[in-house]
Design a protein around this ligand. Sequence first.
Ligand SMILES: [Zn+2]
Length: 196
Amino acid sequence: MTSRPPEAADPLWDGGWYRFAHRVASPNFGPRPEGATVDLVVVHSISLPPGVYGGDEVRQLFTNTLDWNAHPYFKTIEGMQVSAHFFIRRDGALLQFVSCDERAWHAGKSSYRGRDNCNDDSIGIELEGLEGGTFEPAQYEALTSLAAAIAQRYPIRHIAGHEDIAPGRKQDPGAGFEWALLQRDLGWPRDWFPQA
Ligand SMILES: [Zn+2]
């Protein structure tokens, strides 16, 4: 028999919810497979409409409340039920939609480190931005703190872009994302990152 300290004792986490994120519960999630080893962080970029920042549309998309008629682009994604665990705005503000103990719907058809269906055993982080574009210092700061906190609770050994786990199908976050900067700030081993 083992004993473990109560979850409330953890200064960073309330179960799978990060204490320093603003919670916005999404219905788009399910259970992880039994015994899943959550060892991968997936970095994405998103903005709605693409290239427009600061609005409420990403939150609306992830909570199934987006008005598909509000913009022509939204018609092209009408009916999508998706979610990421986290969303980091341009100013570094952090939202969490799904408990990291649950399976969010961010990766789609994917394969990485020899395993398919990356949603099963990864944590998805969306950066407000445009694939191929650059990201703000405040976003790297928030991402670094968040990824470090995730690695304290989950046995993370890999961090990769959506483009790395779904090559040819996805291009985010793209060439404007500075993996070397993130690696330096996190101090994680080089081989945890996508190979150049
Ligand atoms: Zn993505």
